[in-house]
Design a protein. Structure first.
Lengths: 320, 340, 320, 340
């Protein structure tokens, strides 16, 4: 059995092994193996290619941009996604504008340990995909499975453009698979995580599993709920979303991020404009509440969507 | 040791009185005792989230706290339990926040070290290292606008935190405004697992003072007497209008980065070196050696601290936990501008 | 006649005059009067209260947070909105979390000279409202008129919460009014900029004027297009939007910002979920293109929506 | 003047040869001539957007440029026209970018000073000050990974830019990695209208070097001989493995912040002081005084520069402007991952 976290480690090991242009840079990623052990033993296996960085997110990303221009393929680990606010400028204004401005690709991968876990609080729980997806010039990945964590990280390193890789901390240990995948879906394609006919839940990252649990619950009630795992939120696979809504006529977009804007707004807006006639009922959204992510599990459990709240939202939508 | 940025700092500073030494020692002791209790609770699964200790850094932190006065501003960081208490944070605020009590200052919305009471001059740190430096500077600008004189603002940071842009921008801004800001750098040799050699390349962080045009001070963070005297001096310099003060302490974190961490990466040589001595033990030895208190008295202080902590934990255990149904879920103070 | 820019200056003068807690901090705002002259003469009129800052956006905002905690009402000017990426962390993680975490209000006003002008290029043209609105804990204002520039800035200073004030550089000199307003709409309420019955264009900031021009053009063709000026994008005045769509049955959301996420996605998503049955046709969005904002006017004119492209989009929607 | 961070810098550095002096002078002259032309075009409404000149800073900038070699990395800033040319940027790249020609390196997508050819080691600055410092550091890390030795990376910044977090983080990172980075600070006394006194509080920015553990150098930015010798030395120190070099030049911007700005805020005393001298004029005087060239020859160089610039402008005027219909409107290099 291999965990989501181990898959991320393995993908990095393979990238380092297969491509001499790859190196890893971030706080405590070296000897220590990273705050979450996503780079465990990599410093020993690949001497000189897995380097501890100072507490300087802006400079970490800035240096990766420079190295990418010189033909390297840096993988940068932010210790928590939340700290990438301090490196955001180099991502959105430098890495993401590079190709368009200079026709020079900027292949950096920024790993963001994302999302909430119990007791992590406002500054170690954020889901920042919307910020990076809003700016032109990045690919934003949000893997929900062990297989995708592995193969999409390899894709991220291979792509000639800046990739924001939002890996979910809740899935690190909770999610296990039998083995690493030998093949993968193309980048930018969403996945049908569960087929259905009554309602489409479109979601990504950890919420895929909450949605699947909700679908299982609803299936006991006789509803067949389809779950679409977006995999990348930019580009967004509108075709797959529309095909699903064409089958079900009902859309519930679910995300763990804050409610204003973001993935669920984009999904609903696209379906409303491009697939209006497919909808048999008003589309719905379920996001976190509009406050910082609470520390205490009692609050956190209510702040983010869960299988229970997704199921209840779905039930209401199914009744329309 | 004083490194004048320009010229005019005072030649020397006076040793702390036995009274102050003992008072500070007792804050250190209370902090250590409380942190050990929280660490125990953590090990028995009673704390959700991380636990971060200031073990080994109490002399430095408490020495800052005792030199601050009511009306001053303090933005402590991760390892400032002792300084918080010395400045006036209640033991209950500490226990309640770690245990998630709804009655704590953070009401379960935030936890552990992320607590404060801004209205009482005790700022609530955000995690992003360096962020509190400009914030305290701004609070001091406010005091100046309001015509309030003689106050000081202090904040603490680690060796790792000095690498942040926020630290640089904040200290530089404070220097330009010549604010009464004291920035205390606890150089505990590591930032999480990262040693100084991967964090900066100067031979001593106090060398940065001159580049900001502020006064710099070095201090032995394991030695309470030195901490009291240097911090006292630095706070006094700030208070008397000599602009920002940068204090750099040498010490070692005598715990993991958090209680999940065994700190195996710490160089054993450092543990054995002077920098690795336990400031609390040293202070206690000093007290006994100088006969400022009898062994039984010191023992009684330990017991008192212990029961104070046990009482606080016991009463907190009876308190309600946060209830999502009673939570306002409103991020804005202006009620009608909240969405959803 | 008073310009949009002068209105901003006057609002600041009045805030300084009426409230001793107000001060202004930002690069070159002092003697020089600011890069755009929005603080012209204020340093002389209010000695010691209009201060030049170093080139330190993070520290500028951080210091404003500290001053706000001490009861001041800082107005901070970013030289261009685009540079606020460097101060974003202090906005979204410190100012915006303050009240919820500590029950202490954090009344700072961050002025962001926003939006595109000819020849300004990728780093002096951005519209960043979506980034700040996505995070809980801020009010995001996007005034479109001289009157609103004045009264909303006064509101911003008066509100006990962090306000991101997105003032549009294109309107600075282009927009003039007879006089400053003596009364104003409440914060958070959208405005009917032009009544109509065939189609609702929901927009904000400089695009209000492009939309009005488009509406005028369409009126010549016999269409009555309603234009809603959002005024604040967070909170978003869903009621007014829905009321408009209820009248017209057709929605076109227009924004100058990048296409993924953002205000137009939020508007369309809300109308689709809360006003689905009001819609007689699929809602549409018009945003900038998904590249950095181009420097050359030939490109810039095509990158952002204009009266022409809005009118053409509206025509298509009217024909459905 | 050399400020060793630790100990081992070389005692002195050799004066520039007449040949190098003349070569550098001619780059200065070409830059000045080209900038005057662009300023004229701006005044007659032929340039869209801002125009930013390096007038008064040519000696410093060109001295850096001539000491860089093909294969080195250069991230110039606002006022580095002379250094760009000396490093190898073509006059046409300059003119085309300012005039928005579709054939320029930025194709009208970006303009004025925001240009470069990263594949040729000439990075294209973004506006956010400080951002290029870590970027060049990263490019040098790449060189090290690839086993390339003997190269140098250089970047320029203003007095104001030193207040950014990016500058601090980038220089510190470079110091930790001991990269061959040269950071040239042009202290032209103002950041836009903001004087040094509102920007930093140290008496000289070169004092920052020791705090980063890098070598620091002061230079008179108005004096070409000093610039050549100090920059030559600093570049050589970086190239030969002595880690990052911080060069701080004193000079004055002899133009507005941009051509829209009359720079009325500049202290008249500074204009009259040594720092306000025109480096180009001084260099020319020196050439004539030392008889390294005859007046007629210098005159001919002026004429040559003039016609070179006129030719470039004339040919650019015949070039196509950007056409939105032919623009790809794709921000990603991977075609199928672009949206819309
Ligand atoms: C901007 C930012 N980046 C990363 C982190 C994650 N982080 C938390 S503590 C820590 C190490 C801090 O080291 P130091 O400043 O030396 O303080 P110490 O823990 O040694 O007391 C890191 C990297 C953070 N809090 N903020
Ligand atoms: C992070 C950031 N904030 C603000 C600006 C706006 N800005 C452009 S140039 C400038 C002044 C720069 O001064 P200095 O660094 O001394 O360079 P100089 O213009 O004097 O050459 C400012 C504030 C910017 N480019 N980047
Ligand atoms: Mg440390
Ligand atoms: Mg300058």
């Amino acid at each position: 059995m291999i965990t989501y976290l181990e898959a991320i480690r393995e993908a990095q090991a393979r990238a380092l092994r297969d491509d001499p242009r790859v190196y890893i840079y971030g706080q405590d990623v070296g000897q220590f193996g990273g705050a979450f052990k996503a780079t465990k033993n990599l410093a020993e296996e690949f001497p000189g290619r897995v380097l501890d960085a100072p507490i300087s997110e802006d400079a970490i990303i800035g240096s990766a941009v420079g190295a990418a221009l010189e033909g390297m393929r840096p993988i940068v680990e932010m210790q928590f996604a939340d700290f990438s606010t301090v490196g955001l400028n180099q991502i959105v204004n430098h890495a993401a504008t590079m190709f368009w401005r200079t026709q020079t690709p900027c292949p950096i991968t920024v790993r963001l340990p994302s999302g909430g876990t119990a007791g992590a609080g406002p500054f170690h729980s954020q889901s920042m995909e919307a910020l990076y997806a809003h700016y032109p010039g990045t690919v934003v990945m949000t893997p929900a499975t062990v297989e995708d964590a592995y193969s999409m990280l390899l894709d991220a390193v291979a792509i000639d453009d800046p990739v924001i890789f939002c890996e979910h901390k809740y899935l690190y240990y909770h999610l296990k698979a039998e083995a690493l995948p030998s093949e993968a879906m193309p980048v930018g394609k969403a996945r049908l995580a569960r087929p259905g006919r009554d309602l489409s839940i479109v979601t990504y990252s950890a919420m895929v599993h909450e949605a699947l649990a909700a679908a299982a619950e609803l299936s006991a009630e006789g509803w067949e709920v389809e779950v679409v795992d977006l995999r990348t939120v930019k580009p967004l696979d509108t075709d797959t979303i529309l095909a699903s809504v064409a089958r079900t006529g009902r859309l519930l977009a679910v995300g763990e991020a804050f409610p204003w804007g973001g993935v669920t707004a984009e999904v609903v807006a696209r379906v409303a404009s491009e697939g209006f006639d497919l909808l048999d009922a008003p589309p719905r959204r379920l996001n976190s509440k509009d406050t910082p992510v609470p520390y205490h599990p009692n609050l956190w459990g209510t702040h983010r969507p869960t299988a229970r709240t997704i199921a209840s939202e779905a039930r209401q939508l199914l009744r329309v | 040791m004083v490194h004048p940025a320009e010229a005019d700092t005072r030649p020397a500073h006076s040793p702390a009185s036995p009274k102050l030494f003992l008072e500070t020692y007792r804050w250190m002791l209370l902090a250590r005792t409380a942190e050990e209790k929280i660490a125990n609770l953590y090990r028995s699964g009673k704390i959700v989230g991380g636990v971060f200790l200031g073990k080994g850094q109490e002399a430095l932190s408490a020495s800052l706290g005792v030199h601050l006065k009511p009306g001053d501003i303090f933005a402590p960081l991760i390892r400032d339990q002792a300084g918080r208490m010395a400045f006036g944070e209640s033991l209950l605020d500490y226990i309640r926040t770690y245990m998630g009590s709804r009655l704590g200052p953070m009401q379960g919305r935030d936890g552990n070290i992320h607590r404060g009471r801004p209205r009482e001059g005790m700022l609530a740190m955000i995690s992003h290292l360096g962020a509190m430096v400009p914030t305290v500077a701004g609070a001091l600008m406010a005091r100046r606008f309001k015509g309030i004189k003689g106050c000081v603002g202090a904040t603490c940071i680690g060796d790792g935190g000095t690498s942040t842009g926020a630290f640089h921008e904040g200290l530089n801004l404070a220097a330009v405004e010549r604010l009464p800001l004291v920035v205390v750098v606890a150089n505990n040799q590591y930032a999480y697992s990262t040693p100084n050699s991967r964090q900066f390349a100067c031979s001593d962080l106090v060398q940065r003072a001159v580049g900001y045009g502020v006064e710099g001070h070095s201090v032995d963070g394991t030695d309470l007497a030195d901490c009291l005297s240097v911090l006292g001096h630095a706070v006094e310099r700030a208070r008397s209008g000599h602009g920002p003060q940068l204090v750099v302490a040498s010490l070692l974190r005598l715990a993991g980065h958090g209680e999940h961490d065994d700190a195996h990466y710490i160089d054993p040589q450092l543990r054995k070196a002077a920098v690795g001595r336990d400031c609390l033990r040293l202070a206690e030895d000093e007290i006994l050696k100088r006969q400022w208190a009898a062994p039984a008295e010191v023992e009684a202080w330990h017991t008192a601290a212990q029961s104070q902590v046990e009482d606080a934990v016991a009463s907190t255990l009876r308190e309600p936990l946060p209830d999502p149904g009673e939570e306002t879920w409103q991020a804005l103070s202006t009620p009608h501008l909240n969405e959803g």
